[in-house]
Design a protein around this ligand. Structure first.
Ligand SMILES: N[C@@H](CCC(=O)N[C@@H](CS)C(=O)NCC(=O)O)C(=O)O
Length: 321
């Protein structure tokens, strides 16, 4: 896939160890500073979100941006196109970097503008400061959390990080991440049978565990949606469409889990995100973005899934965690 080494693009990779995929930590990974969070509300258009439709991690802050009604404050740019040196920034054409006189073709050029000596992967999502010309964060969970904290007059009044659940949420996020959300990548990128077997076993163990939890609760912690539900949603949404085939997670489908399938539809049908989850675009971007597993760029014909089928999970409303 290639990465930056001291500011230069190389075809080297350091992500496979003994046949297993190891995801490197994001480099801009810290908690986002309070002044950035305040500036988002005061300087509309200063901070840009750069994401990709192929990427579940990008979709997390993209959803939070909409849930918290921040679209007018944070412009969104979708990176897309042939993957020649990592992510193309604008379908093979150039993109004028907000706040600068530079136009770039590849996402990695944004990283070297921010840090000319950058070593590491150039990943989406990115929160970009057009004033300082710096990457503020390239870690989806930090960007999501920061967006939740932005205070505006017209925003959704709820937080998706209720303080009373913070400990429980981070524990739950952690096993969902290692077993499922990152697990599907471990399965899809594995280069040994053993690494693949281990990853897939954990993927389905995690799905089984979630199916059980969701028999009694409408959302992971009870009647209200939290950031943990939205993180999980971005993985489940892609399960039958992308990970099942492209990443060889074919033991069971999402639709074989009645609670998980209804739960995913419940989140999908949330009115405030209506129209922004564009499944055909997500599917096309995912298959065209993985030239290792899909060298001929073929977009498969999708199963007939009806995402609008009533989920009937409102009856679980009364259950608190
Ligand atoms: N921990 C990061 C992971 C981001 C990530 O790995 N994004 C992938 C797309 S799904 C990417 O940009 N990969 C490009 C690469 O590794 O070169 C986050 O959650 O933001």
């Amino acid at each position: 896939m290639g990465m930056l080494y001291k500011g230069e693009w190389t075809d080297q990779d350091d992500i496979i160890h003994n046949g297993a995929y190891i995801r490197p930590d994001s480099k801009y990974n810290g908690e986002i500073a309070k002044d950035v969070i305040e500036n988002i509300a005061t300087f509309p258009g200063r901070y840009w979100l750069i994401g990709s439709n192929s990427c579940q991690w990008s979709q997390r802050p993209m959803l939070m941006r909409r849930l918290k009604k921040l679209d007018n404050l944070i412009p969104l740019h979708i990176a897309h196109g042939p993957r020649l040196e990592g992510y193309a920034i604008n379908g093979g054409a150039t993109w004028d970097i907000p706040g600068s006189q530079f136009a770039i073709c590849h996402l990695h050029q944004l990283y070297t503008l921010s840090d000319p000596d950058y070593t590491g992967r150039s990943t989406v999502p990115v929160l970009w400061d057009s004033l300082s010309q710096q990457i503020i964060s390239n870690e989806s969970s930090q960007i999501m959390h920061a967006l939740d904290k932005v205070e505006t007059e017209d925003q959704h009044p709820l937080t998706y990080y209720p303080p009373s659940l913070s400990k429980e949420m981070s524990l739950t996020d952690s096993w969902i991440y290692s077993g499922l959300s990152n697990g599907v990548y471990k399965a899809g990128f594995a280069q040994s049978q053993n690494a693949y077997n281990q990853a897939v076993a954990l993927v389905f163990h995690t799905l089984d565990r979630l199916e059980q939890i969701l028999t009694e609760k409408r959302f992971l912690f009870g009647p209200d949606q939290t950031a943990s539900d939205w993180k999980l949603f971005t993985t489940l949404l892609r399960f039958d469409l992308v990970y099942y085939t492209l990443h060889r997670c074919i033991k069971r489908r999402l639709v074989d889990y009645p609670n998980l399938w209804a739960y995913t539809r419940d989140l999908y049908q949330t009115r405030s995100i209506s129209g922004i989850v564009d499944i055909p675009t997500i599917v096309a971007a995912s298959y065209q973005n993985d030239t290792t597993n899909n060298p001929h760029n073929i977009i498969p014909i999708m199963p007939d899934l009806d995402w609008e089928t009533p989920h009937e999970r409102d009856t679980l409303k009364a259950n608190r965690s």
